[in-house]
Design a protein around this ligand. Structure first.
Ligand code: Z5A
Ligand code: MG
Length: 212
């Protein structure tokens, strides 16, 4: 395994609307990379509710506070900017990161309130770019039938349909891996593991990108 020590980590991102199984698949791919592939791996999630900014976001999401939509958007973005140096350090030191939501969640959830997509995205320019984006897709109707739905602020069917539309019509890029999330956990994770395994070597040779 000495060869792996020389290689940078990959930045793998999971995106999608509520309850499509992102956190489940983040856990599964993290296990696959660290146990089956024997590579250093860490999972991260946004919002990172442990920082002071993250605590404000947590209160908002739990319906405890209200805030201007753009001010809120900037806090979600700041919560990624404050993680930028540690993300780059992890990647440069050879640790793969599997990330649960990032800039595209930021844009989708704010733009769904009627705010301009380009304005939303501009705050994200300059952040480290994910090497692979897994976009988990399923019907909003089926997603709402899954566990714990309805607890947090954004968990309303009409809002979720808008989120899905923004992801698919405004944000999705040709390079995204669109995954049918309406299958068993194992079926979904098998497809994801295969994609990761087949792209690992070539992506390790690419420099870390920047959102632009
Ligand atoms: N937000 C924002 O506005 N701006 C930003 O910049 C960012 C986020 C970064 C917090 O999200 C909120 O912040 C979110 C967006 C907003 N809005 N809301 N609401 P969060 O990531 O903390 O949300 P969460 O609580 O983790 O839920 P989630 O992301 O909606 O769920 P998920 O991670 O996609 O799904 P899961 O937890 O893996 O699975 C959900 C349930 O389904 C669970 O009971 C599983 O056991 C089950 N499950 C999973 N996979 C399957 C399959 N394949 N079949 C059947 N059942 C399954
Ligand atoms: Mg989740």
């Amino acid at each position: 395994n000495r060869m792996n020590i020389m290689k940078r980590g990959l930045f793998i991102l999971f995106e999608g609307a509520d309850r499509v199984g992102k956190s489940t698949q983040v856990q599964s791919l993290t296990n696959h990379i660290s146990n089956s592939r024997n590579l250093p791996t860490k999972s991260l999630r946004f919002p990172d509710r442990t920082t002071p900014i993250g605590q404000i976001l947590n209160q908002y999401l739990q319906n405890a506070t209200n805030m201007d939509d753009r001010a809120l958007h900037l806090l979600f973005s700041s919560n990624r900017w404050e993680a930028k140096d540690s993300i780059l350090e992890l990647l440069n030191s050879g640790t793969n990161i599997v990330v649960d939501r990032y800039s595209y969640s930021g844009v989708a959830y704010t733009a769904a309130k009627g705010i301009d997509v380009d304005w939303c995205y501009s705050c994200e320019k300059g952040l480290p770019e994910p090497d692979i984006v897994f976009y988990l897709s399923m019907s909003t109707e089926d997603a709402t039938k899954r566990g714990d739905y309805g607890g947090e602020r954004y968990e309303k069917v009409e809002f979720q349909m808008k989120i899905k539309q923004i992801y698919e019509e405004k944000l999705k890029r040709p390079s995204w891996k669109v995954i049918n999330a309406n299958r068993t956990v194992e079926e979904v994770s098998n497809e994801i593991n295969q994609i990761f395994d087949s792209e690992l070597e070539s992506l390790q040779k690419k420099p870390i990108g920047t959102l632009n």
